[in-house]
Write a protein that binds this ligand. Structure first.
Ligand code: C2E
Ligand code: MG
Ligand code: MG
Ligand code: MG
Length: 288
């Protein structure tokens, strides 16, 4: 009987596994189609200058509108696009679209764009990015490329070359999700960054967690010591905002200011910000 039960369990497990694999293959096929048909598009999350409270720019975040019940986020479909070998194609489409959208914004606003770890092993990445800028006519000085720490450890020399290419073209480079990689500090001494983005995990509960407060204070000081601006990710309430302002953090991003929205809504956001700046009552409201 025990043997039978064991066999049944194995069969159940195999059925379960083939079910998972079938589902995965189905999602991959859909992703392939979405990339081919360019249905994945950039949304834009506002980036705020914490000192002035003014809009500084937007980060492009990829969104895949799937007509099913469960929506699939970039944390899931970007690695999948890497697996099926379509990340370069997807990224080029996203960057091109983002540059075209950002070109319609006032010229002082910047565009931040994420590069996935597997793309960092491409020796020509910097050149590819510059080519898209040329084709779309978007000013490199308005572009900021975000790279995660994991992207840097694969091939340090190659990563250094890509970063140098980007910076020589006038593009800024930010170290994303700072503090979550295993060798954050060594990255800072090896590469030249224009900005550090403090990971959201350090910002959540910052206002009540003294340890986190001390860590973030140290990260901001570290940025200052290196002459690098700091951005706090994931600001969700005014207490966190106040704390970060007090610590002297340069920029902020989070649901408190706004989620990532489609290009049309980003434009509406820009227009509303413009109204606030020229209207002192609006500004008082912003401070509250
Ligand atoms: P990331 O670059 O660190 O982006 C920040 C993530 O935090 C975004 O998730 C954003 O929606 C989320 N976020 C921002 N503010 C808040 C907040 O106040 N609270 C909470 N709970 N979350 C907040 P999203 O859009 O799901 O993106 C996840 C990751 O996927 C990104 O992390 C980035 O690494 C990657 N990604 C997104 N778009 C692209 C892309 O076009 N290309 C590549 N290579 N990666 C992308
Ligand atoms: Mg990012
Ligand atoms: Mg991040
Ligand atoms: Mg992240």
């Amino acid at each position: 009987a025990a043997k039978n039960r064991g066999r049944n369990q194995v069969t159940a497990y195999q059925a379960h596994m083939s079910d998972i694999l079938a589902k995965r293959a189905e999602v991959e096929a859909k992703l392939r189609q979405a990339i081919r048909e360019k249905t994945i598009t950039p949304y834009y999350q506002p980036l705020i200058d914490l000192k002035s409270g003014q809009l500084r720019g937007f980060e492009a975040l990829a969104r895949w509108p799937v007509g099913t019940s469960r929506s699939i986020g970039p944390d899931e479909f970007i690695p999948m696009a890497e697996d099926i070998g379509l990340i370069v194609e997807l990224s080029e489409h996203l960057l091109r679209q983002a540059c075209l959208d950002a070109k319609t914004w006032p010229a002082h606003l910047t565009l931040a764009f994420n590069i996935s770890p597997t793309m960092m092993v491409d020796r020509l990445l910097g050149i590819r990015i510059v080519k898209v800028l040329g084709e779309t006519g978007f000013n490199p000085r308005r572009l900021e490329i975000e790279i995660t720490e994991t992207a840097l450890v694969r091939d340090i020399n190659l990563a250094a070359k890509v970063i140098t290419d980007l910076r020589q073209a006038g593009i800024s480079v930010a170290l994303d999700d700072f503090g979550t990689g295993y060798s954050s500090l060594s990255q800072l001494s090896k590469f030249s960054f224009d900005k550090i983005k403090i990971d959201r995990s350090f910002i959540s509960a910052l206002e009540t967690d003294e340890k986190k407060m001390n860590i973030v204070r140290t990260m901001v000081a570290l940025g200052k010591g290196l002459g690098i601006a700091t951005t706090a990710e994931g600001i969700e309430n005014p207490q966190q905002l106040d704390a970060l302002k007090d610590l002297g953090c340069s920029y902020g991003q989070g649901f408190l200011f706004g989620k990532a929205v489609p290009a049309e809504e980003a434009m509406a956001f820009i227009q509303a910000e413009g109204q606030k700046q020229s209207n002192p009552i609006g500004q008082a409201q912003l401070r509250e």
